[in-house]
Design a protein around this ligand. Structure first.
Ligand SMILES: Cc1cc2nc3c(=O)[nH]c(=O)nc-3n(C[C@H](O)[C@H](O)[C@H](O)COP(=O)(O)OP(=O)(O)OC[C@H]3O[C@@H](n4cnc5c(N)ncnc54)[C@H](O)[C@@H]3O)c2cc1C
Length: 404
């Protein structure tokens, strides 16, 4: 197979897939409807990079650990290559919600004995010292966590392979089709933008518009982040989380967020959402939001592409029509797939954590290289999972109970 792929979407998902394939000698046609990369969910000023441990080291904990470690490696290599990625490993303090949660956090550390440079439990006093602000509880301290400017990550991924990645900006893909062994991306009006043996759908919820991907249960979760004026050097100079997050001052602004509402299409900033973010900030750092008026704040709205089980979709797209016509109960390994069609999507609220790992996994799946994850985790991310028998009913129930 010639090593050529079309990638639709130049956010964290598309730029990561393009970067990992280009690193293996592939040429990429990267098609983006906006005039620049990272104008969608990936365009926030900053987001948080940290894993999410659990006492039983469950699937999400293992995946976020793998994603976090791969992200740290990838970001360090972009920085070492002189690419203008903006990020800082300031450390992330994940404060307990209450005493019960603090006990659970402590237990995770006692049971798992992680390396201290990965995770420690800190008591309230040390947490207050780290935050530079009095807090009500202790919590997890991730010294290697921090903040990332996701748009700079997208740009760095693309710039690393400036020759191999041919970007088509301001170019919306209206339809896709496979003809004579090649996938074609068509513009409005029917002109062919690009063709290649491999097509990767990294265009967030818009992917569901294409008939071949219509079965993927993608939804949008609106999120508003608030930008607070912040003097350089003011506290906190680390990221602090507690049912929300606040970043250090970045270019004179501190990001506090974020709201989360599914199927809410409002693109304009809402004062009520700023008020919600200020309430979150007050819960994280009592008194920090004092005197700030929601109506005075700037911010940004984005739409997180979300799967009902809150895990990304990374891999070959199943052929839903072929499944329904023959064996509805096929296991993942036997599921019929569209030749050369892949998806990297559904990053939800964790695109910064997932993108490097998801890009690497997809490149390995496409090229047949050894996979960077255990088989059960690869299956957990397989986009075919939504067509497993009994799964659709289960997913709908999970979704109803999941809240954020
Ligand atoms: C408020 C908020 C806060 C967040 N905070 C964090 C955080 O702290 N930590 C973290 O890890 N993650 C965070 N995230 C999540 C993260 O930003 C997303 O998971 C990630 O950006 C999704 O990347 P994506 O590439 O899938 O989607 P997008 O960035 O939306 O990219 C999809 C791209 O496809 C393009 N496109 C769509 N349709 C077409 C078409 N037909 N033709 C051509 N191009 C098309 C779009 O223009 C867009 O550029 C946050 C998200 C939001 C909204």
């Amino acid at each position: 197979m010639s090593r050529r792929a079309i990638v639709i979407g130049a956010g964290l998902a598309g730029s990561s897939a393009a970067e990992r394939l280009a690193a293996r000698g592939w040429t990429i046609e990267l098609i983006e409807r906006a005039d620049a990369p990272a104008q969608g969910a990936s365009g926030n000023l900053a987001g948080v990079l940290r894993p999410l441990p659990s006492v039983d080291d469950n699937r999400l904990a293992r995946l976020t650990r793998a994603g976090f470690l791969e992200a740290c490696r990838h970001f360090a290599s972009l920085t070492a290559a002189g690419l203008p990625l903006r990020w800082a490993q300031t450390g992330v303090l994940h404060l307990a919600r209450d005493d019960t949660h603090a006990a659970t956090q402590q237990r995770v550390v006692d049971v798992q004995q992680p390396a201290a440079d990965y995770l420690r439990f800190v008591d309230r006093g040390e947490a207050s010292q780290l935050a530079g602000w009095p807090v009500t509880h202790g919590g997890w301290w991730f010294p290697g966590g921090g903040w990332v400017d996701p748009a700079s990550l997208c740009r760095a991924n693309i710039a690393r392979h400036a020759v191999a990645i041919k970007a088509h900006y301001g170019c919306r893909v209206a339809e896709v089709e496979r003809r004579a062994g090649l996938w074609r991306a068509y513009a409005d009006g029917g002109a062919v933008i690009a063709e290649a043996p491999v097509l990767i759908l990294a265009n967030a919820t818009d992917a569901g518009r294409f008939a071949v991907a219509a079965h993927l249960p993608l939804r949008a979760a609106r999120g508003q982040v608030s930008h607070l004026p912040a003097a350089a050097g003011s506290a906190p100079d680390i990221v602090v989380c507690r049912l929300g997050y606040v970043t250090p001052a970045i270019d004179g602004l501190r990001c506090a967020g974020a709201t989360f509402s599914i199927d809410d299409g409002e693109t304009a900033l809402r004062t009520a959402d700023h008020a919600e973010n200020l309430a979150r900030l007050a819960f994280i750092l009592p008194g920090h939001a004092k005197g700030i008026q929601p109506a005075d704040l700037g911010g940004r709205v984005g739409f997180r592409p979300l799967a009902p089980d809150r895990l990304p979709m990374v891999g070959a797209v199943a052929d839903a029509t072929a499944i329904e016509a023959s064996h509805p109960s096929r296991p993942l390994a036997e599921m019929p797939r569209h030749p050369g069609l892949y998806v990297i999507n559904g990053f939800g609220a964790r695109g910064i954590v997932w993108s490097a790992l998801a890009g690497e996994l997809l490149a390995c799946l496409i090229t047949g290289a050894p996979l960077p994850l255990a088989d059960d985790l690869v299956s957990a991310l397989d986009p075919g999972r939504f067509l497993l028998r009994g799964r659709q009913r289960r997913v709908r129930r999970d979704d109803a109970g999941s809240g954020t």
